[in-house]
Design a binder for this molecule. Structure first.
Ligand code: SME
Length: 149
């Protein structure tokens, strides 16, 4: 289990000195470094044609994901979170980075609509198991606090 602290994420997201972009990027850097330097933390924003890469911290990532494709696209279509302990055994998986070994996605909901998918990749197999409840909480926080994704 990591030392992830949701209250730190909340204070980074609501820092008065920062604008929304700086605050989200700071919060995502904090989450990534807490989970492991080679992890990846970001948002895929829902547009009419699919899911587009938005704020993230981590290595180069896929820019666009079609509805239903990969873990991200599947979570959008089902409206459900997904935890994948070992991405190598999942058929509907898009490998943006060979270092990612496990992944968690949760829809970010605002006014009853899915606005984005919050996506976290770990460099370890089953690396997010103990952090899923906190990451879920952060996903909900993003829906409450952000208006642009
Ligand atoms: N693995 C994801 C793609 C996004 S990256 O993890 C950043 C998927 O299967 O949808």
């Amino acid at each position: 289990m990591s030392n992830l602290d949701v209250s730190v994420v909340k204070s980074l997201l609501t820092a008065e000195e920062g604008d929304v972009r700086a605050n989200v990027l700071n919060a995502f850097s904090y989450i990534r470094l807490t989970l492991g330097e080679n992890s990846w933390v970001g948002l895929y924003r829902k547009e009419d044609d699919g899911l587009h890469l938005s704020y993230f911290s981590g290595s180069v990532a896929c820019l666009f994901i079609a509805f239903g494709k990969g873990v991200v696209g599947e979570s959008y279509v089902s409206g459900k979170e997904m935890y994948v302990p070992d991405v190598s055994v999942l058929k509907n998986y898009i490998a943006c980075d060979a270092k990612s070994k496990s992944e968690y996605v949760v829809p970010v909901i605002k006014n009853g609509e899915i606005k984005a998918i919050f996506d976290i990749d770990s460099e370890y197999i089953d690396g997010l198991k103990d952090d899923v409840p906190l990451l879920r909480e952060i996903g909900h926080l993003l829906g409450d606090l952000l208006s642009d994704f």
